[in-house]
Design a protein around this ligand. Structure first.
Ligand code: GUN
Ligand code: ZN
Length: 403
């Protein structure tokens, strides 16, 4: 398949490449060639679009897609009054199925090709998510949310049962196709017993599996963790001592962390996931972008729907720029952390995240007015600030048109 388009692709946080009037050849799942001229006759014409790498959303709660934009004053209040009840709705198979269908359709429409997902804390909800991810053709890393203490009765699961079910889901779905993997998902320390965290951590490490959780998003959450785990010096150490940190661990938020915690995250090669729209919505705080960047810890952007209000990573890029009071995030830096930076935290930077020969063809085509009259810099700036007015024309995952 040959595509004609205008390529905009990240190289690093401060470098990008713009190739106008380009032809991309796709062979099976991969990008076979990229040229800036040619006499091709049979091509799919996306010359009114800019083609960026498919967006990578490294932290999203499928279970909360229908609960976006429900006002609350802070994280714990929002979880207790809105979110836990919404996740309970997925106990119903029909509801979970419809929700999941809606989620994947909207996510592909937003140009996202890879998502790292928390489902509702029910095994069937996670199964449905894998089946629908497979049907829709997206790339996804999916996990059943774990909570076995300090939770409402209707969500709290028995410790042994939840461990066993996660392992069953891992064995059935992890790498079941080239596009699907499992992520062990203890929700956050306040709702997970020590036994649950230790057992899941050990199993995930032994099997080289992903782990995801939330870390220090909110001051009251942090205080709650100190009261529940008084023997530990800080929140990050709770996860470290429970075997949960390592190169395949994705830590959502990490706003209220100190130098010692940054040192632990760096030493264990764990990754940080920054969710700026969510941080605005719940007044959680300002992500220490400069400190984290300086530390050398790999980090990436995510929607964190339903505290995030939109599945669009263009919206997340804008929010990450707006959410910093002093540090100026450039359009190329925002694009990097929504694409190649996301691939890097997942250890997939050789496969996805940029438009390069040999990589999988995960591509998003966004309609732009008169792209021929614009420079790469102008287009990047438009994507960042006016992305909400742009239309995703088509989305490809591993060489297949999924939207
Ligand atoms: N911390 C624990 N659970 C959640 C969740 O579902 N969303 C957010 N934003 N933070 C959390
Ligand atoms: Zn989250």
């Amino acid at each position: 398949m040959i595509l004609k388009t205008n390529i905009l692709t990240p190289i690093s946080p401060d470098k990008y490449k713009y190739i106008p009037h380009a032809f991309i050849t796709i062979e099976n799942t991969k990008i076979q060639s990229i040229s800036s001229s040619g006499n091709n006759k049979n091509f799919l014409d996306f010359s009114n679009c800019v083609c960026v790498p498919g967006f990578i959303d490294t932290h999203v709660h499928l279970s909360q897609f229908h609960a976006r934009g429900k006002h609350s004053s802070n994280l714990l209040d929002w979880l207790n009054k809105i979110i836990f009840e919404e996740e309970y709705r997925s106990k119903d198979f029909k509801y979970a199925y419809q929700l999941t269908k809606n989620f994947f359709l909207e996510s592909i429409k937003a140009g996202t090709t890879t998502s790292v997902i928390y489902t509702a804390p029910y095994k069937h909800a996670c199964e449905i998510a894998f089946k629908e991810a497979k049907n829709s053709g997206v790339r996804a890393i999916i996990g059943n949310t774990l909570m076995d203490t300090n939770s409402p009765d209707y969500l709290q699961e028995d410790t042994e049962k939840s461990i066993n079910e996660s392992i069953e889901l891992f064995e059935k779905w992890n790498k079941s196709t080239d596009l699907l993997e499992y992520v062990f998902s203890p929700r956050f320390a306040p709702v997970c017993s020590s036994k649950l965290m230790r057992t899941i951590g050990a199993y995930a490490k032994k099997n080289n599996a992903y782990i995801q959780t939330h870390l220090s998003e909110n001051i009251d959450e942090k205080k709650w963790v100190s009261s529940l785990f008084p023997a530990f010096k800080n929140y990050t150490e709770v996860y470290e001592k429970h075997n949960l940190l390592g190169p395949k661990t994705l830590l959502g938020h990490a706003i209220h962390i100190n130098e010692k915690e940054i040192e632990i995250i760096k030493r264990t090669k764990s990754k940080i996931i920054h969710c700026p729209d969510s941080n605005f919505f719940l007044k959680s705080g300002i992500f220490p972008w400069e400190d984290i960047k300086r530390s050398g810890i790999d980090f990436a952007l995510a929607s964190d729907v339903g505290a995030g209000t939109s599945l669009s990573m263009l919206n997340v890029m804008k929010m990450c720029n707006y959410r910093q009071d002093n540090y100026v995030i450039s359009p190329e830096e925002a694009l990097y952390y929504a694409t190649l930076g996301g691939a890097k935290v997942l250890g997939k930077e050789d496969i996805i995240g940029s438009i390069e020969i040999g990589k999988d063809a995960d591509l998003t085509f966004i309609e732009i007015d008169n792209p021929r009259e614009k420079s790469g810099t102008e287009i990047l700036s438009t994507l960042l600030y006016i992305g909400n007015e742009l239309k995703v024309k088509s989305t490809f995952v591993a060489g297949k048109i999924v939207y």
